[in-house]
Design a protein around this ligand. Sequence first.
Ligand code: GLU
Length: 471
Amino acid sequence: MKVRTRIAPSPTGDPHIGTLYQSIFDYAFSKQNNGDFILRIEDTDRERLKEGSEINIIQSLKWAGIKPDEDPIIGGEFGPYRQSERLEIYHKYIQELIDNKYAYYCFCSKERLDELRQNQIKQKIQAKYDKFCLNLKKDEIDKNLKEGIPHVVRLNVKPGEDIIFEDLIRGEIKFKSDIVDDQVLLKSDGYPTYHAAVVIDDYLMKITHIIRGEEWISSTPKHILLYKAFGWDIPYFAHLSLLRNRDKSKVAKRNNNTSINWYKEKGFLPEALINYLILLGWSHPDGKEIFPLSEFISKFSFDRVNKGGPIFDIDKLRWINGLYIRSKSINEIKKYVKPFLNYEIDNQKLEEIIKLVQDRLKVFSEINEYINFFIEKPNIDMKMITENYPINEVKVILKHTIDTLIKNGITHESETLLREYANKNNYNIGNFFMIIRIAITGKTATPPLIETMQILGIDEVKERICNIIDK
Ligand code: GLU
């Protein structure tokens, strides 16, 4: 058996981070087993379609380096890979279910269904279709169809059965068929519902392992009933926990960072994002935190998948991204930061600056905050610079600093001399150098001071210090 996995996103908006999360697991498991990973577009919900969403999904997966073997663009043996192009297939299979009494036409009006629902809610019983149309006579059905009365096709769920499946992550899961609704399979617009289309496609596309989000667990009994009705082998199921926010709520669209594009635009590295997402859902057998996708592929096993709701922590992601940035060459970083730069900087200077800030940079889009004081004079907050010493003393310190730098150059020797001077005059070393740091950069946290001043050059350093002395 060739392992085949898939993701089946609906093109209803920006490519969701949860789609990438799920893709990584589907992709890795298929690759571990020399199998195929398929991207299918589930666009049967015509009301929620969003133009551009499909290509956005395809491109964001490409950016992340998760490459499907088959998808709507590259095609494949089992296409089409867009559900809207497979309507005839669904009609044929749903007809087969009707013929075999596993499904039936339902002509109930919206008003009747609403009333039924309201009554059930009042009686505090599960809201479910009452099989009213199950017993329609053949000639009645034919007449209704001929007259073009709007209708759907429903799955005929027999009560009193146990529906059991073995989830590769969660173990045995059991449902009573009594709680399963007579699910609509074909809608009145002629489109199948998700439930019908997903089962027919997963079967026809020879999907062996359905690895998807836990929100689909409650749909799985419907899917299993459909597999059984068709007489098809049931694939393996594995339901991943959904990503959660710190407050345990679902990482949902209302947070601005649910789109994969957001991470791209902020200047996260795809390999760092992937590493982080893997870490959320799976624990490395050696307890490692930093490892590439290739290692995940070789070490993956379902028993190490996180069953709880992993908390998405942007700070941890930033930290991991910083580590990945550190491992890049100066040249690579230069390439990544260039689109974000607000300034024209010549190559050599940019390289020198990157060398200094590489260890502190967490995401490329923040590059300007790290380098702005190299390019333009900072605004100095006089309150900040006089926090520990009165203005007169600050002036003396700065005067002595610039004299030392002019005499001995911007060198580590000067730094030693300044340190000695500070000691001799009983200045706290940290506070002493903080004054110089603020005067030069406007900030309290910067790359090493001497190296920063070396890039600025003595004239610029002198000007910045003198500006403060004059203030
Ligand atoms: N179209 C569904 C979604 O948008 C697919 C669910 C599944 O993987 O079965 O997530």
